[in-house]
Ligand binder design. Structure first.
Ligand SMILES: NC(=O)C1=CN([C@@H]2O[C@H](COP(=O)(O)OP(=O)(O)OC[C@H]3O[C@@H](n4cnc5c(N)ncnc54)[C@H](O)[C@@H]3O)[C@@H](O)[C@H]2O)C=CC1
Ligand SMILES: O=C(CO)COP(=O)(O)O
Length: 326
């Protein structure tokens, strides 16, 4: 018997919808909250969500736009885009009057503050018990019940374990951890690096370049992680290397797809959230504040901001001084 019988998912996009399905599969009572009443009513009656086409919502999932209803749950999953997480938690804060696990499911770093998602939760809802869920998991795969494994971290290991018990099932396997920061860094940085790799593939630089860029991307993710106190096993685990491998290898990733389009000189896919676009500038600010070199992420940020052309950025990376591998 789990301590967390009911689950509310805040944000009814692709990931929120997939996570609602996960929680229902694990036997929880599930509420999926959409901020738009019309959108909620449409999903509630059609049992599908245009953000996750072809996936039928289990009949027992309650879809609502009433925040008070969702906020009653034993645990809350926040599945908005990273830059909207504070707004969502601010709305919930007055309902969180006792310790309740609030799990960040977004991947990113807040603009302006350089804060990671669990820090934003702690600040916006002081009674919340912040946790983070991240790892190689496309919403579509997860919702269809394809096997996936992720990391779920909370400050308290016993709590992280209980949350894993509440959400886990044979096809969705969370591994518990207390390395919150390590999990957050992997999820945020891999999106930026996936844009870089997508650009290289779009420019037809070859499979060897794809492997080299992914690996050097991992080296810079690790450098930042170490500087911010992340554990090595987290960085090489599901939420670090695992998610980087997935996202840097598949056009199913919206970040990779954005890079691919840029590399080919095409228009990026419309209406698709690519978090790396928002994370890139804040990631390099954060790295600079720690005196950490992140040349691949820096190249992505300069291309996205128009400070550099793709060809100049590639040439800049290829003509860096030779150095020891680290
Ligand atoms: N789609 C995926 O495969 C995965 C996505 N994620 C992460 O989940 C987060 C959300 O991504 P998706 O669901 O894919 O994006 P999406 O674009 O499909 O959906 C985002 C949803 O958030 C809602 N939203 C925006 N601001 C809100 C607010 N203030 N309050 C409540 N709802 C709000 C939007 O209406 C939309 O329904 C991102 O950080 C992404 O990196 C993580 C793992 C997998
Ligand atoms: O985070 C994800 C997979 O783990 C989803 O990747 P994209 O946001 O690039 O689609």
């Amino acid at each position: 018997m789990t301590a967390f019988q009911s689950v509310a998912v805040i944000g009814a996009g692709a990931w929120g919808t997939a996570l609602a399905t996960v929680a229902a599969r694990a036997g929880r009572e599930v509420t999926l909250w959409a901020r738009n009443a019309e959108h909620a009513a449409r999903i509630a009656s059609s049992r599908d969500n245009p953000r996750l086409p072809g996936v039928q919502l289990a009949p027992e999932i309650v879809v609502t736009s009433e925040l008070a209803l969702a906020a009653r749950a034993d645990m809350l999953l926040i599945a908005t885009p990273a830059q909207h997480l504070r707004g969502a938690v601010n709305m919930l804060a007055s309902h969180i009057t006792k310790p309740v696990p609030v799990i960040a499911c977004a991947k990113g770093i807040e603009h302006g503050t350089h804060k990671f998602m669990t820090d934003v939760i702690a600040e916006a809802a002081p009674h919340a018990q912040p946790a983070i869920l991240s790892g190689p998991s496309f919403a579509d795969d997860v919702a269809r019940g394809q096997p996936t494994a992720v990391t779920l971290a909370a400050k308290d290991d016993a709590l992280a374990s209980q949350l894993v018990q509440a959400l886990g099932s044979p096809t969705f396997r969370p591994y518990h951890s207390t390395d919150i920061r390590g999990v957050e860094i992997g999820g945020a940085a891999k999106n930026v690096l996936a844009i870089a790799v997508g650009i290289a593939v779009g420019r037809k630089l070859g499979a060897s370049a794809q492997a080299a860029l992914t690996t050097r991307g991992f080296a810079e993710l690790t450098r930042l992680g170490r500087a911010l106190g992340a554990r090595g096993e987290t960085l090489t685990g599901l939420s670090g290397l695992g998610d980087l491998i997935l996202t840097c290898a598949s056009p199913q990733s919206r970040n990779f797809a954005l890079g691919l389009a840029l590399g080919r000189g095409e228009q990026p896919p419309a209406g698709k959230l690519a978090e790396g676009e928002f994370t890139a500038p804040v990631l390099i600010e954060l790295a600079a504040s720690q005196s950490i070199e992140m040349p691949v992420s820096e190249a992505v940020a300069s291309i996205l901001s128009g400070r550099s052309t793709i060809d100049a950025a590639i040439s800049g990376l290829l003509t860096r001084p030779f150095k020891a591998e680290e």
